[in-house]
Design a protein around this ligand. Structure first.
Ligand SMILES: NC(=O)c1ccc[n+]([C@@H]2O[C@H](COP(=O)([O-])OP(=O)(O)OC[C@H]3O[C@@H](n4cnc5c(N)ncnc54)[C@H](O)[C@@H]3O)[C@@H](O)[C@H]2O)c1
Length: 262
């Protein structure tokens, strides 16, 4: 398949490229250049550039959207709403039948669900709350849904929680440690996050219950706060790293040395 990736040179992008590149032909796009190690096709492109996205999507079979801007109000909406509008217009005009959108879990199960401790699932009514990141992503998703309904486009949405390298699960230096104290159990390794996109590109239409399917990308954990059953069953996604050490609040260093985090 020919796959157009939008916002593909961020943190998740390289892992998506790694998962897709042997089987699919990729056109990677972003406002930021890819690393020197990337030797595939690249186009500098902003997702809110409607004409540019339509042109880049010519001849594509699938569009994957990894773009996000989390903090600046205007840019957040430009990327998530105008950007998703460009993506869906490009799909409509180029007759592309599959679009894969990504975002954080809280664009669906946001603030008002935070106290829930069991069976949050991707088919619940969305309650993103009012955080800029959540609400701009939620609104972008609504645009995608309207296009999916009106133009028969298959929309697959992958919602992630917290991504980390399976060999380095510590909080990055640039983030306050306490930010991740309670997030760590819902962590997915980068490699598995990339692989989820490949599953969404490859899954046959017959396996999908509707033209708008949303999946949590998170390994199943014992107390099932986030229910990822549908992801396992329908997408056939099998995480390689279940990160049990995080559920136990242990840290494993890159040389495999284990120590208690508290
Ligand atoms: N990293 C995480 O832990 C995490 C957790 C939950 C969800 N997600 C979701 O995963 C997806 C990928 O996130 P990420 O971690 O790679 O984010 P990132 O911030 O590392 O990358 C986002 C990319 O979008 C690009 N971008 C910004 N503005 C753009 C524009 N106008 N046009 C084109 N590209 C633009 C950036 O240059 C960047 O390369 C997003 O949908 C995000 O919401 C990530």
């Amino acid at each position: 398949m020919n796959v157009l990736i939008l916002g593909g040179t961020g943190m998740l992008g390289p892992w998506v490229v790694k998962s897709l590149k042997d089987k699919h032909k990729i056109l990677l796009t972003d406002i930021k250049e890819p690393p020197n190690s990337y030797d595939g096709d690249f186009l500098k492109l902003s997702v809110d550039n409607l004409d540019g996205v339509i042109k880049a999507a010519e001849g594509m079979d699938c569009i994957v959207n990894l773009s996000v801007l989390r903090t600046d109000r205007k840019l957040a909406f430009d990327v998530s709403t105008k950007g998703n509008y460009s993506m869906m217009e490009a799909a409509r005009i180029n007759n592309i039948k599959r679009v894969i959108n990504t975002g954080p879990h809280f664009q669906l199960v946001g603030q008002s669900y935070e106290e829930w401790d069991y069976n949050l699932n991707p088919d619940m009514p969305a309650q993103p709350g009012t955080r800029l990141y959540a609400i701009s992503k939620f609104l972008g998703q609504e645009i995608c849904k309207r296009y999916a309904d009106q133009f028969g486009i298959q929309l697959i949405t992958l919602l992630y929680y917290n991504m980390r390298h399976h060999l380095d699960l510590t909080t990055p230096d640039f983030e306050p440690a306490e930010l991740h104290n309670d997030m760590t159990p819902f962590t997915t390794s980068w490699i598995d996050c990339g692989e989820a996109v490949r599953c969404a590109v490859d899954v046959s239409k017959e396996r999908l219950a509707s033209n708008k399917e949303t999946f949590f990308i998170s390994p199943n954990i014992p107390h099932q706060k986030f229910n990822s059953e549908k992801t396992y069953k329908v997408l056939g996604w099998q995480p390689r790293y279940t990160l049990e050490n995080l559920w136990n609040k242990k840290i494993v260093s890159s040389d495999g040395h284990k120590e208690d985090s508290y």
